[in-house]
Every structure is written in C-alpha cells, then in structure tokens.
Design a protein around this ligand. Sequence first.
Ligand SMILES: [Zn+2]
Ligand SMILES: [Zn+2]
Length: 286
Amino acid sequence: MEKLIDLHIHSTASDGSLSPEDVVAYAKGKGAAAISLTDHDTVEGLEAALSAGKTQGLEVIPGLEISAQHPGGSMHILGYYIDPSDPNLNQELRRLQKARRERNPKIINKLQSLGFPIDYDQVQAIAKGQIGRPHIAQALLKIKAVSSLEEAFQKYLTRGAPAYEEKFRFSPSESISMIIQAGGIPVLAHPFTLNYPSLRDLKRLVEKLKDDGLKGLEVLYPEHSSDQTRDYFSLVKELNLIYTGGSDFHGDLKNNVDLLSGKGDLKIPYCIVEVLKDLRAKGQSQ
Ligand SMILES: [Zn+2]
Ligand SMILES: [Zn+2]
C-alpha cells in the first residue's frame, strides 16, 4: 500500500475541532504514514501531538501556519520541523496571538451592531481553544442568521464584508525568517488564496519569497483545480523549490474536507517527508 501523508492540519490549538491528541488518533485510524500539525500562529498543540505520535506510533512533524501581510488576498506560510520551544519564535507568536484575541471582540461588536444577538461568551463556548472566525461563523449558524458556514464568511466575515476586521501580521519575509531561525522549512501554503491574476505575477512573488528563504509551495491541496496544480508544479520545477501537500483539515469546522483524502481524491506521497528531512539536514550542517 502506498504510504500517504497529510502536512496541513489544524487542531483546537487554533481553529480545528479535534484536540492535538485526537488529530493523531484520527490520522492513525485513517492509515496516515505521517502528519504535520500546522495550527495558525501557534505551536501550543505541538507538544501534545508529538507525544501522542510517539505513544500511538505515528510520525508527527512539528509545524505551524503563519498568516503574513498580503493586501488583496491571504498569504499563509507553513513552517515544518520548527523547534516548538524556540524562544524567539514563541515571543513573536505571542504578538500574533494577542492581535488575534483583540480582533475577535471587534468582529463580534460589528455583528452586534448589524443586529445579531451573539456575544463573546457564546463564541468562547463553541471554541474549545483559541477563538477564530470559524467559531464566530458557527455562532451565526446557531442563531440561524446564515444557513451555512460558507455563507457566514461570504456575507459577514471575509475581507471586505461588513464585520471584517484587519489585524496585525508580520511581513512575508519576517514570517519566513521566524521559521528559519526556529530551525524550520518555510513553505507557501495554498498559493491560490493570494488571488494572483496570472502565473507570471505569482512567479515574480515566489521568486522574491525564495530570496527571503522560502523553500517550497504547497501544491497538493483540496481547493486547487487540476490547472492550478499543474501550474504550481511547473513553478516549483522552474524555481527549484520543493512541493508539499495537505488537506487543511479542521475537523467538523470545515466539514467538506477530510484528513488525508481532502475532498476524496487527495493523495500526498510520503517521499515529501524524505525531501523535507534532507533539506533539514542540509540546513543544520550549514
Ligand atoms: Zn491557510
Ligand atoms: Zn490551514
């Protein structure tokens, strides 16, 4: 049987619905050969995930996903094999978490002034850990203000929508160097969310990120069309980067995507882990 992996997974440490331990158990049950836990702007779930990996016999790669500044779209940068105890990384992440915490009450205030009877405590009760917009979307669904989580985002929570609120983010190059300094390998997540009009424009951006230390692109991703996947593979080849893949599993907070199989046809080969390990070994010997 082919060894399959998933290198993009969220837990309750950010906005997923399963605890880090449960993510590991779920992945193990699905037959994953390796996973990476990549919570938003935090390494808080990693210790639990790594130790659950050891006891349950599943290879767990420490990871995270940093939201970087990017006007006009969203830029997420994954970091693999970061040291979760790196003091500099932890200090920088605390700044991001503070920004995230301050942002949620503002979003909820905006929704209240739009007439929705939701409050912070309700949203906190839905989130088992860090609150994020998916929990606010669930609160809207619960009071039947919307009929789906997607609708909640589209109508109210996405950038440009009436309850959207900007937050502090690091620049792409700052995010990349945070990851490198913590011993990690930076990879651009789901390139389609950058909303670049053409592959040429995307190439220019990725070249710049590569100068900053970017090592790869997340090419295999449930939302990528076959054209996009082909384009990103060609970009990776042209720029001598690596490719990775992941489902972006959030548990039942994003219920059309499953761990490992995405929307059903995702297949991420284990050889990617070997490439990451090679890169890591090279980085350490420099
Ligand atoms: Zn992302
Ligand atoms: Zn993600």
